[in-house]
Each structure stands twice: as structure tokens, then as C-alpha cells.
Design a protein around this ligand. Sequence first.
Ligand code: NCD
Ligand code: ZN
Length: 356
Amino acid sequence: MDKLLDRIVITKPDDWHVHFRDGEMLDAVIFDTVKQFSRAIIMPNLADAIKTTKMAENYRSKILDSFARLKKNNQIPQENTFTPLMTIYLTDDTKPEEVLSAHSSGFIFAFKLYPAASTTNSSAGVTNLFGNCRKVLEKLQYVGMPLLIHAELPDKNIDIFDRERFFIDRILISLRRDFPDIKLVFEHVSTKEGVDFVMEDTGPIAATVTPQHLIYNRNSLFSGGLNPHFYCLPILKAEEHRQAILKAVFSGSKRFFLGTDSAPHNRSLKENRCGCAGCYNAYNAMALYASVFEANNSIDKLEAFASFNGPDFYGLPRNRDFLVLYRKENIIPDMLEIGKIQLVPLGAGSVIHWNI
Ligand code: NCD
Ligand code: ZN
């Protein structure tokens, strides 16, 4: 990493957890990801969930078409490349053979576990992992394909701030015991207990970390009023949890890497009597990460977190091009308007000191 006073040059990063949606929203948000990242793990929780290799293939074509339009309109440099890494949504009915066809497709890189009713578009999620998905888990372990986990137990009797902890105790510990070699990604880790599990686990495991869980604690949800643009799942936690995440990321452990969980919802669906969960952070994700790394005297750890640990875990080559970050006042806009779509970016109205 080239480290000058007002500029950092890092190997081009990847985003290991992003929601692109489809249709107009896909066209509206893809630019923000491809301007910063070479590859991204594309979440499968569309309204019509991506449950098969065939569906993933169709969705991938839509993403590549949308990317090609950006180039055609000269919105991004012609030499820019972008590879969507597709995933499949695990359900109670997923067939073990689906793992084999996904694995041999060459464009699918993981399966995603959403416990039913845990988050946006999770109604098709898994109701009983060990009862219904054992054969699929065996196959994932056998072919070495990662299982990406939304690690929350969505039980109405469990406090929302404890859902990650309960998921670890009731599901994750048994999952690791029964499948000692399955590759796991603990997505958007949000608690001290999550961090500890990832640090101490004896099998292949990693965690993605979002900008919001690094920068904010749950006070942001309520400071001066109710702030729907800080509402995501897993929900922001107390400061001690944020501190544990910072410590893990800056420890230099290779088990923690960048995954924005950028999850766009139209402004009207966020500022609503029942606002959707999800923060739109793709707009300036790398600048946000650089700011929080610098604020913690750890800017030298940014490149491994953003550009090395992810591909190393997934067994993919590191990128060979570079991204330049400049120190420059960066006022985050209150709102982005792209055609009919309005998005409020994470940190709207605040000032950070990095830019790409
Ligand atoms: C995500 C979404 O909107 O798709 N929402 C969120 O709060 N993170 C789903 C998810 O990753 O939980
Ligand atoms: Zn997500």
C-alpha cells in the first residue's frame, strides 16, 4: 500500500455482501458499487427469491446488462471491469442436487441462509435448518461452497437486540458441531458474541462487517427523534458491541472482511409508518470505511480488510488493479435522486474526510 499524506492507493476492493434488487432499482444503484469494487457477492433476496442456478443465471445477465449500459452511456471508464458473484437462497425445499449444479456453474459462489421472517424478503427462508436442510448442508460441506448466514433468531419472544446471540447459542454452535468443515460466513456481524464466535471457531469461518456497524451504535437510531435511515437488520447495537467489532477488524485477523450490506429502499418505504430495514451505503462505502479506519489509527489495515481477506477466504485471486482514496472534505448529500428513485445515503448530511 502506497501511503502518502493525503492519498492512499490500495488494491481494488470487493464487496462481499450487497443487495442490488432488480429493475429500476438495479439500474439506479449498480453505478455506486462498480465505481469502487471489482466484484460483489450479490444477495438473492429479491421479492421473487433466487432459489435455483437457472434463476441466478437470469439475474446475473440482468446485472451484466445493466453494467454494460453504464459503459455504453460512458458513465464509467471503458476499462472498468465488474464481476457479480451470484448466490442462491436456501429454503426448506432446496434440493441437495442444487448445490452440485450451482457449484459446477462457475458463477455461483455461495448459498445464503435467511431464517424465515428474519429480514427483508425472508418469508421463503428456512424454518427448520436441521430438520429440512441437512442433506444440502452435507453437500455444501462436501464441495466447499460457503454458507452465508443471516445470524439472527427471529422469535417474537426474543428481544431484537439479542437475536444474534440467541442464533449463536441455538443454531450456530450445533451447525459447527455437526458440520466441522463447512465454510461459514457470519454476515454483518453486530455483537461482541458474534465476534467472539468467529474468532474462536475451529472450522473455516469469516465475517463480513458493514460501515454502519463500525461507525454507529444504537443511539443513532434515536438521537433527536426516530431515524429510519439507521434502521437495518441486524439492528445497530450498544457501544460495547461496536467496540468489539472495531477491535476484531483492527486486530489484523484475516477472518474479518468488507461486506457493505448496502440495502436500498426507496425513501418513501423508509420514512413510512412501517419503515423497511436496510441502509443504503454503497454511495460512498470506501470513504466511510477509510474514515472509520483512520479515526482509529488503523488506515494501514484497510487494504487487507477491503481487498485481501475476502478473496483469500473465497479462494479467488486478489484484484490486480488499484483504487485511489484522497483526503478531501466530503459532504454526504441529504438525498440521491435517480429517475423516480429517491435514496438517502448512510450518513446523509454529515462530513467525512475521504473521497475516491
Ligand atoms: C436487507 C434488505 O433490505 O434486503 N436489509 C437489512 O436491513 N440489512 C436484508 C438483510 O441483509 O438483512
Ligand atoms: Zn444483507
